[in-house]
Ligand binder design. Structure first.
Ligand code: TEU
Length: 558
């Protein structure tokens, strides 16, 4: 759609508060720590901060198990701290979106405590089913491993949890649940926030009758839990009842969603969502059984990646707005996964920046990627913190798929969410300047080389390149509103595309490989090309027939 909107023009920066900046020396990042870094965000030039959950939580899943939607987690600070953060961001014209986690709560939420004892009005707040403690109601699996059902002795029934057992799924068929969620959203919007990132929200509508899933599926039950029968209605209800009254943006996290479904949820003609996070490009380097499949992981096939990204770019055209991301708090570090975190660290980190900031759709940057933070080495099960990774490894051990951690180690080191959650590397001071105490999770050992202070002092750094690309996106509307056209779809080295808006056209040439490669593309006329930006000292003036170095990335005006 060519209609303009602030959230289409924005660059979003995601903060994982636990690992961003610790102000009080307890080793856990906190909200005053973010306030200290608001000028940093301003210097980078981002327009919106997406703040991962900062609500009261027992932290089985680092805040994605919420005990009170309207209280700030003590380790992160107070509501007054949060209000100060909002004010400081708004003073710099940076907007704030909050994480909305409403597929499930914590077992410690008062709704669950009431539901567990069948308090009047709360009986059906969660998905309870009869059965004996030996026989769960169906064969569905949890995304975090094991069965999706836990037996609750207090109530004498099973409850459904698509994630950890401490994350019971809310029952969206109960109107009071939907009303409570809507009221809570309004409460935050009235506090002045600018929107929501909606966590795992395409799981909220389960198939009628909760039928058994096909046991052959990667996640047993998946066909009955994603994009369920009432999803569009529930989302539309939130839009009509609350969101439509505010100048707020929404981005809905939706694994297992294709462009046709997405179009049905997006925009005023759909369910009112502004954007979704789709996951198809996250599966390109996974095995057929998903990201925890021991066979086939780590095989990144560039033509397949281009096909997936391009399908979203072209199929949503005129039907909905895209989002662009490579990394976040649930994914391995992008330079380790899609680039080369050793020999071509700077080149590949800046190539990925070029992709993120010149693609169609709103770009989402994850903390630390702007300095090229890398994966760590996980050498034993004890070094894993992430509940998903622990569950996946336990499943493999229990099923006999592996006999020891050693056999899953390669996959864990490729995939674990822990990689994204090591503390932010601010400087070469002790603990990378993240904390004066002991960090809750170890700092990546490479912090003396890879850190913000060093990169801000070096004009050629990854950080300065990100900053320049953010500026460029703000200056040239073609990067926001231009049409996308893929070139050389089958090429194994180049990802190249044009963006076109009225009379303006740009060409992006990414040599997405560790090889020198010659660009040769009859489909584009480069006679008048001029370099807008590039990640090398001496980018080819005319790309046609030119040799591009490993991970060289150049943007041309045509
Ligand atoms: O993630 C939902 C989700 O589908 C993830 O399980 C994701 O697919 C997986 O981690 C990729 O390996 C959201 C949050 O982003 C995540 O941090 C939470 O753990 C999860 O919901 C439960 O709230």
């Amino acid at each position: 759609s060519s209609r303009t909107a602030w959230w289409k023009e924005a660059v979003v920066y995601e903060i994982y508060p636990r690992s961003f900046n610790d102000s009080d020396g307890d080793g856990i990042g906190d909200i005053p720590g973010i306030v200290e870094k608001v000028d940093y965000l301003d210097a980078l030039g981002v327009d919106v901060v997406w703040l991962c959950p900062v609500y009261e939580s027992p932290d089985y899943d680092n805040g994605y198990d919420i005990a009170d939607y309207r209280a700030i987690h003590g380790a992160f600070g107070t509501m007054a701290d949060w209000e100060e953060l909002l004010a400081e961001l708004h003073d710099r014209d940076i907007r704030l979106i909050m994480d909305l986690v409403v597929n499930h709560t914590s077992t410690q939420h008062e709704w669950f405590r009431k539901s567990r004892r069948r308090a009047e009005g709360y009986e059906d707040y969660y998905i309870w089913r009869d059965g004996t403690p030996e026989n769960p109601p169906n064969n569905w699996e949890s995304i975090f491993g094991g069965s999706a059902w836990s037996y609750d002795d207090a109530r004498g029934q099973w409850y459904l949890h698509l994630f950890h057992e401490e994350q019971p799924d809310l029952n969206w068929r109960t109107p009071a649940v939907r009303e409570d969620v809507a009221e809570m959203m309004r409460w935050w919007l009235e506090k002045g926030i600018d929107g929501f990132r909606m966590d795992a929200v395409n799981l909220i509508s389960k198939a009628e009758g909760l039928p058994d899933g096909d046991p052959e599926n990667g996640l047993v039950g998946e066909e009955h839990v994603f994009n369920g029968p009432n999803l569009r209605t529930y989302l539309r209800e939130l839009y009509d009842g609350v969101l439509s009254e505010y100048d707020a943006m929404t981005v809905a996290e939706m694994p297992n969603t294709d462009p046709d479904r997405a179009a049905d949820y997006l925009g005023e003609d759909g369910a009112g969502l502004n954007m979704i996070f789709q996951f198809e490009h996250m599966d390109v380097d996974a095995g057929p059984g998903g990201v925890w499949d021991l066979d086939g992981w780590g095989e990144f096939h560039l033509p397949e990646f281009k096909r997936v990204v391009s399908r979203w770019q072209t199929e949503l055209r005129g039907r909905g707005w895209n989002s662009t991301y490579l990394g976040n708090h649930d994914q391995a570090r992008i330079v380790s996964r899609y680039g080369d975190d050793e020999e071509y660290h700077r080149e590949s980190a800046t190539l990925l920046a070029t992709f993120l900031l010149t693609m169609g759709g709103t770009p989402y940057l994850y903390q630390g990627d702007e300095i090229g933070m890398t994966n760590v080495e996980l050498n034993s099960i004890e070094e894993i913190d992430d509940v998903e990774t622990v569950g996946a490894v336990e499943d493999m051990l229990e099923s006999g798929e592996i006999d020891s951690f050693e056999e899953a180690r390669g996959l864990v080191n490729y995939t674990s969410r822990d990689h994204a959650r090591t503390p932010m590397q601010w400087s070469d001071d002790e603990h990378a300047g993240f904390t004066d105490g002991e960090p809750w999770y170890p700092v990546n050992e490479n912090y003396s080389d890879v850190n913000v202070a060093a990169q801000r002092a070096d004009e050629d750094s990854v950080w300065h390149y990100y900053r320049r690309l953010v500026d460029l996106r703000h200056e040239e509307r073609v990067f926001v509103y231009g049409e996308y056209d893929l070139l050389l779809p089958d090429d194994e080295s180049f990802y190249a595309y044009t963006r076109t808006l009225d009379e303006e056209a740009v060409l992006v040439v990414l040599n997405w490989s560790g090889r020198e490669s010659v660009f040769d593309c009859a489909a584009v006329d480069t006679a008048d090309a001029t370099v807008l930006v590039g990640n090398s000292a001496d980018p080819p003036a005319d790309p046609q027939g030119a040799r591009f170095g490993p991970y060289e990335a150049v943007v041309y005006r045509l």
